[in-house]
Structures are given as structure tokens and as C-alpha cells.
Design a protein around this ligand. Structure first.
Ligand SMILES: [Zn+2]
Length: 126
């Protein structure tokens, strides 16, 4: 009788274990009762954790969404920063730093306000 009771108790424990994994508790209980609690436990332990799998999927989705959002935000922030600190050279139209007084591409010189002061001597056309 004691063996039968502990058999049932162990089967219930297997069912609880299965329920915690998001599996069918009744089927687990049935398997544990008919086969043996130990075999039932091993079966449940070997089965894929449905709950964890679903949670992992949801987490992965959220992470993907989050990273996509932050990347877009980062890009727009970088563009905003870029606009604040750079401008286009009025002579060669290259992107140069806002505080530059000499264009690093064409050598044109500017005053502090960024107005074009002087251009380097042009190479004579051949
Ligand atoms: Zn330039």
C-alpha cells in the first residue's frame, strides 16, 4: 500500500513537473502511473520545455525589435550630430567640419563664420 501511495505521489510530482514545463500534466501523470514515476520523470525531463521555448521566442522578438529601433535612433542621432558639426565646402561641396578654416579637400580658406576667403591657386588648364 505504501508503495502504491508513493507511486501515485511521485506520479503527481511528475505531472506537476510537466505542468511547469507547459506540457500536458494529465498525460504525464498517466505515463508516470502506467509505466513508472521514474520513467515518466525521464520522459518529461527529455521533452522540450514549451514554456521556455515560447519565452525565448518572445524575448528574441522583443530584442530584435528593440535593436532595430535603437539602430534607427542611433542613425538619426548621428545624422543630427553630423549636421551640427559639419557643412559642405562652398567650393568643392565636400563634407568638412563646421569649425574648419581650411578645406581639407580643396584647400579653400574660410573666415570664422565660414565665408569663403580665398581659394588656392588653380592649376592652369592645359
Ligand atoms: Zn573644399
Amino acid at each position: 500500500m505504501a508503495i502504491f501511495l508513493s507511486w501515485i505521489v511521485l506520479a503527481i510530482l511528475v505531472a506537476v513537473f510537466a505542468a511547469n514545463k507547459g506540457l500536458n500534466a494529465f498525460l504525464a501523470f498517466l505515463a508516470a502511473t502506467l509505466l513508472s514515476p521514474l520513467i515518466g520523470f525521464i520522459i518529461v525531463a527529455c521533452l522540450k520545455d514549451k514554456k521556455a521555448a515560447i519565452e525565448a521566442e518572445v524575448t528574441a522578438k522583443r530584442l530584435a525589435e528593440h535593436s532595430a529601433k535603437s539602430t534607427a535612433a542611433e542613425v538619426s542621432a548621428r545624422i543630427e550630430k553630423d549636421r551640427g558639426y559639419t557643412r559642405d565646402c562652398p567650393r568643392c561641396a565636400e563634407h568638412i567640419k563646421f569649425a574648419a578654416v581650411v578645406c581639407r579637400f580643396c584647400g579653400a580658406e574660410f573666415d570664422q563664420d565660414g565665408a569663403l576667403l580665398a581659394s588656392p591657386p588653380q592649376s592652369a588648364p592645359t
